[in-house]
Design a protein. Structure first.
Length: 350
């Protein structure tokens, strides 16, 4: 796996795969490949099966990396996760990665799978250890709290040194520190100056406690993007996206770091009453501007450049209008690619 794809000035991208038809999704990822994106990182939640998506895309693309951001480590065993990784690695001729794992959203896990996400830190450590062991070792055993594979191997053998980097989705301090201890990276959302500073400190602490180098832990972030800041419907869609995350307890800590905790809690309270439209309307301009790309071209270009300068891998995340799904997904790809080029051109002139 070429680690330079997660450094420098490379963009990844993601989406809710259930928002696009199969043909639309394939065409969209092919377009991103032509635009120079380095990786498509599929989610799963209630959409298309993540590994089925990647298997199809492995045959419909040629150069772009195909990864996850994220699949959860509760509904599949670590061994099944490793088998999925090995399958996509082979189908794509080595283009699988990053391998983003996480506890999954509470709504998707509890309401969708009927699973209570207990002990996520211990579960994350166990999942990473087993997945990595099966992908890199000829024979592997592990005496875990939940799983105890013994003298086991994948029939097609380990990937070895070319195994994909394993990133953990982390928002709260404990999971970020856990990622620094055991994983190759951490995937954030709502990344700001304040949360990045906290993450850096936690990664330093966690990596050093595990006798690792903090620089070996890649930071990535979802980059929630409004499709058209001049359009009321597009702004409403962006507010809806922010409201959805305000409803999650895990995001309140980040809002607090930015002085927006009260704003987020007002949204959360109304969302929990299932008054989704009113909750959307309660998303303040401050929340919207802090946590999404909703500015001018130059402002958005500066935000992406700030991530690049800080060694963060941005994963563009469209917030489309419901009646323009395919068009808005494509528009976001083209805009973000243009913003990257715009900033580079400005720097070259200066």
């Amino acid at each position: 796996m070429d680690s330079s794809r997660w450094s420098g000035r490379n963009l990844g991208f993601t989406c809710h795969t259930g928002d696009l038809s199969w043909d639309e999704l394939i065409a969209w990822v092919q377009s991103a490949e032509q635009l120079g994106y380095s990786a498509f990182c599929t989610t799963e939640e209630s959409g298309k099966d993540a590994f089925a998506v990647l298997a199809v895309l492995a045959r419909e693309t040629t150069t772009i990396n195909l990864g996850t951001a994220i699949v959860n480590f509760y509904s599949r065993t670590p061994t099944l996760l490793a088998m999925g990784a090995r399958s996509i690695h082979d189908l794509s001729h080595g283009r699988f990665g990053p391998f983003g794992l996480g506890a999954g959203g509470i709504g998707f896990m509890q309401r969708g799978h009927g699973i209570v996400t207990e002990k996520p830190l211990a579960r994350a450590k166990e999942a990473v250890a087993i997945v990595r062991g099966l992908l890199t070792q000829k024979k592997f055993s592990y005496d875990g709290q939940w799983f105890k594979p013994h003298d086991f191997h994948l029939r097609e053998g380990p990937i070895g040194d070319g195994a994909p980097p394993i990133w953990l989705a982390g928002l709260g301090p404990k999971m970020v520190k856990t990622a620094a201890e055991v994983a190759d990276g951490v995937i954030a959302n709502w990344l700001t100056e304040e949360s990045l500073a906290e993450y850096r400190g936690l990664i330093d602490e966690g990596a050093k406690s595990a006798d690792r180098r903090p620089d070996d832990v890649q930071i990535a972030t979802l980059l929630m993007t409004c499709v058209d800041p001049k359009d009321d419907a597009a702004i409403h869609a962006a507010r809806r996206g922010v409201a959805f995350y305000c409803a999650s307890e895990h995001y309140l800590h980040i809002a607090d770091l930015c002085g927006l905790g009260d704003d987020a809690r007002k949204v959360k309270a109304v969302w929990e009453d299932r008054d989704f439209d009113r909750a959307t309307d309660l998303v303040s301009d401050s929340l919207l501007k802090r946590f999404t790309l909703v500015g001018t071209e130059s402002e958005n270009a500066a935000r992406i450049n700030w991530l690049f300068d800080n060694g963060v891998y941005p994963i563009v995340y469209p917030l489309p209008r419901r009646d323009r799904m395919a068009e808005d997904h494509q528009s976001v790809l083209e805009q973000a690619a243009r913003w990257t080029q715009l900033r580079e051109a400005t720097q070259a002139v200066s």
